[in-house]
Design a protein around this ligand. Structure first.
Ligand code: NAI
Ligand code: 3PY
Length: 312
């Protein structure tokens, strides 16, 4: 079995050795421009069109959870990957735990008013503030997929009321579930902390805008863990000014790296990280890819295939 590998930043030689160990009998090579030799599988992140175009592959694996960048390239270059070749993505593979760590630490930060105490410290003020209670801290998670479900689980364990909004209703214990546009308003009305874990699709671009933020409770919080294009950043800044939103924690931005002139850098109630909420964990990713390739070779049912028509 021949596997080609391309990632602009990963330690390719390390990955090749680990993949060959996971899949005895497979020959893994780094794809380089000009390599047209046959291959059965391709493992990629931001692949050049030339790498995939015209190849008779059994499957392509994206080395991340979100496939928006590869799907957007495919819209420009549909010849890069015919629909007959399945595209897989990483399902959890260690990202669920990272998202849980991120979400729990940030929600507790706001819940215990550490943002307010930090602001008081700037003014040298010693001032105990009233406590928040959990019943005024309802968590609303947009996107109830692999990662959204993990985040819901961890915040439930901390005793917060949790609700989710996605395409279809979920029957999860102790979680209120809302689905589709018709239930969006009801979902937002009680939400105090909005956590975004939607995929980037034509339907979700710009979804966190003035109209949506306006339906949240006053003095709400936004945690964006998914993609920057989900948030209209100018409208978020306005909501921060008019009191709708009290604080935002952003891991992802409409342009990355975030340009220095963006006012988000300087806003006192915006915190940020540079798109590190959940990174690809090599061992877990390789175990999943190995298991999935073995399943495909045996003709077994596997999970993680992207629905290209749906866009995620
Ligand atoms: N910031 C970071 O470091 C990372 C960000 N991500 C982002 O997180 C996203 C989510 O990942 P997973 O949970 O694995 O995806 P998933 O595909 O398992 O879940 C997506 C969820 O969104 C819902 N959804 C999709 N379109 C919708 C719509 N139009 N209306 C309502 N609900 C809709 C689906 O029903 C599903 O519940 C990824 O697409 C990626 O962009 C993923 C990993 C790391
Ligand atoms: O896997 C993804 O989609 C990511 O955003 C990784 O950072």
């Amino acid at each position: 079995m021949e596997i080609i590998f391309y990632h602009p930043t990963f330690d390719t030689q390390w990955w090749i050795a680990a993949l060959e160990k996971q899949l005895p009998g497979a020959r893994v090579r780094e794809w380089k421009s000009g390599d047209n030799e046959p291959a059965d599988y391709a493992l990629v992140w931001h692949p050049p069109v030339e790498m995939l175009q015209g190849r008779e592959l059994k499957a392509v694996f994206a080395l991340g959870a979100g496939v928006d960048s590869i799907l957007s390239k495919l819209r420009e270059h549909p010849e890069m990957l015919p629909l007959s070749i399945p595209l897989f993505r990483l399902e959890d593979t260690g990202m669920g735990l990272q998202m849980q760590e991120y979400a729990v630490s940030q929600v507790l930060h706001w819940f215990r008013r550490f943002d307010d105490y930090q602001a008081l410290k700037q003014e040298t003020r010693w001032e105990p503030l009233p406590e928040f209670t959990r019943d005024e801290f309802t968590i609303g998670i947009m996107g109830a997929g692999v990662l959204g479900s993990k985040v819901a689980e961890s915040l439930l364990a901390w005793g917060f009321p949790v609700r989710v909004w996605s395409r279809s209703h979920k029957d999860w214990p102790n979680v209120q579930s809302f689905a589709g546009e018709s239930e969006m308003g009801e979902f937002l009305r009680e939400t105090r902390v909005l956590i975004n874990l939607l995929p980037n699709t034509a339907e979700t671009v710009g979804i966190i805008n003035h109209a949506l933020l306006n339906q949240l409770q006053d003095q709400s919080y936004l945690l964006n863990l998914a993609r920057g294009v989900h948030v209209n950043e100018d409208e978020l800044l306005r909501a921060l000014e008019n009191g709708k939103v009290k604080g935002a924690m952003l891991d992802v931005f409409s342009r990355e790296p975030l340009p220095v002139e963006s006012p988000l850098w300087r806003h006192p109630r915006v915190a940020m990280t540079p798109h590190i909420a959940a990174v690809t964990r090599p061992q877990e990713a390789i175990a999943y890819i190995g298991k999935t390739i073995t399943g495909l070779e045996r003709g077994e049912a596997v999970t993680g295939q992207v629905d290209r028509a749906r866009g995620y």
